[in-house]
Design a protein around this ligand. Structure first.
Ligand code: SF4
Length: 235
């Protein structure tokens, strides 16, 4: 059996328990490295070099609790400056060019489809993400599949009632494309004001978008079961 040798030291991450707010984002995104123990994340396993991008792993934490303690740091995402043109793209484009653009999809690319649900101890906020990428000739010219695009995102509290959510396309090919197609931004920012002041917030990606659970201010909740139930419940 062929043995693929991967050069370099194994990647080892560390979670600062004091800083970790138990949002579960790392354990959701990299369950091969992180797991939750007593409401905090721990890095229970090392990763093969090249299997994950350390910069991306570190950035998934909203409070900078994750650091790389062994292995090589990557240089972050390089931006593409060109893509190869695929043969036969004109025929493919001709088949799809008259498909109508869904207005809802366009709004999702700007984070404008937002749902707020009132819960017993706070609010659940959902920001829908696009289901596909625009139907544009460049998509066919560069042979890009029209699948749901992935986003990385950061949530920040900027006022007693207000959260700021910034999301950005993760795929360099899509970022290259987004710079050339109208109504397809590389990133979006949503500032959302809740009806009441909020305190601790937990967030995750759910099928279809970003979900944030914001506790009402003063509700100090350290109950892991309750938090898990809130994060797994889909209304
Ligand atoms: S992403 Fe950061 S804050 Fe959230 S559980 Fe992991 S280490 Fe803790």
């Amino acid at each position: 059996m062929a043995n693929t040798e991967i050069a370099g030291e194994m990647l080892e991450f560390f979670v600062d328990k004091e800083t970790c707010i138990g949002c579960v984002a790392c354990a959701d995104a990299y369950d091969q490295i992180f797991k939750m123990v007593d409401d905090k994340a721990v890095a229970y396993a090392k990763a093969e070099p090249g299997s994950v991008r350390p910069t991306r792993v570190i950035k998934c934490c909203p409070v900078d609790a994750i650091s790389l303690v062994a292995g090589e740091m990557d240089e972050g995402e390089e931006e593409l400056t060109s893509l190869d043109i695929v043969e036969g793209w004109r025929e493919e484009w001709a088949k799809h060019r008259n498909e109508p653009e869904e207005l809802l999809e366009r709004e999702r690319r700007y984070g404008r489809i937002v749902h707020l649900l009132k819960e017993e101890k706070g609010f659940r906020l959902r920001i829908e993400l696009p289901r596909t990428i625009p139907n544009h000739r460049l998509v066919y010219m560069y042979g890009i599949h029209r699948e749901p695009p992935e986003y990385e995102y950061v949530v920040e509290q900027i006022g007693p009632r207000t959260l700021s959510v910034r999301a950005r396309l993760t795929d360099p090919k899509l970022r290259f494309l987004a710079g050339k197609i109208n109504s397809f931004p590389v990133s979006f920012k949503v500032d959302f004001a809740f009806p009441d002041a909020v305190g601790a917030c937990y967030r995750r990606l759910y099928e279809g978008g970003i979900e944030i659970y914001a506790f009402l201010e003063g509700v100090l909740d350290t109950d892991a079961q309750l938090r898990k139930a809130m994060l797994t419940h889909v209304a």
